[in-house]
Design a protein around this ligand. Sequence first.
Ligand code: SF4
Length: 388
Amino acid sequence: MGNLVSISDSSILIGADQPPTVRAPEIEAGVGCDFDSYLLVPDNALDDRIAAAKARLGQDVVILGHHYQRDEVVKFADFRGDSLKLSFQASQAEGRYIVFCGVHFMAESADILRREHQTVVLPDLNAGCSMADMADIGQVEACWRELSSLGNLNITPVTYMNSTAAIKAFTGEHGGAVCTSSNAAAVMKWAFESREKVLFLPDEHLGRNTAYRMGIPLEQMIVWDPYQEFGGNTPEAIRNARVILWKGYCSVHQRFTPQQVERVRRQHPGIRVIAHPECRFEVAQAADAIGSTEGIIKAIEASPVGTEWAVGTEIHLVNRLGKELKNHKVISLDPSVCVCTTMFRITPQHLLWALENLGEGNVVNRISVDERTRHYARVALDRMLSLR
Ligand code: SF4
């Protein structure tokens, strides 16, 4: 699969190496444009060409931009949001092409939720997610077999939205549900109503922060390391645990430290610190507030005029909030800059390449989840939605 960073076993990825063009069967095929030639498009010509390509496609295309996306790309988005919000907006939109300026698992989620006539495109297949890649479906199935070998432990799998379609489908097939960073507590509560334990995938920190805030002590949580037998735990520890945390994390959010919280408070007396729940436990404990991507935005918007905020999340969102929310001062908790480098791979050149190919009748970088995976992943997503 060449240079792909994020590959779900369940996805058919068209154009994985130097992405070739693939003709959409339902439209007249044109001549595909090689991506390399787009590297030569001068920066000052990109905006006009993207706008023209988008205008040419009209209602046929809907462009989605994640909050962490770079400004040069997100400014062309019809919708901006977190991954779940964007996937739903896409499925409600009329466009038959959904161009997702995010990362691979987000495009997969859009494909799971899309309507029949819609096609999902990820402008650069190298836009993966380090966290989603930390839970491989083979590892999760092996974990489940090992847990089952200890008898009926009565476990519900819960997976974060930031996981591959294959993991979402595994979760759905085994009676579990998807969660987001804003509803993780509600999903965990639902899980504990029917079974004794939760296997939380793939983000250790979100799982721990959520369970702790629900009143579950740290001693009742264990970490499952997929590279060790029984995840590195004794059978007794597994039997005693209420929450089994998959050993995965976000390489961006894990960079924030409690020392940074202390420092920003020293340098900016009175500042409020808000951290994403993907941050480590110690950071979440030290912060004044915890908020999902959308939660951070709402908390800052709702705060009194003049409030100063240090935010522990991806730098593009922090900088954008600093520019757009003029009544507040917003800075990053990490002065050395926390960027999601995989999302950053989607450049204006990739967006232009995808749009101009669609305009020519060529679907490039289509993300297509197979039907069985789509079915069970949808089951896990629908369980989450029924809890709202
Ligand atoms: S910020 Fe972290 S969790 Fe989000 S897409 Fe990037 S690597 Fe994945």
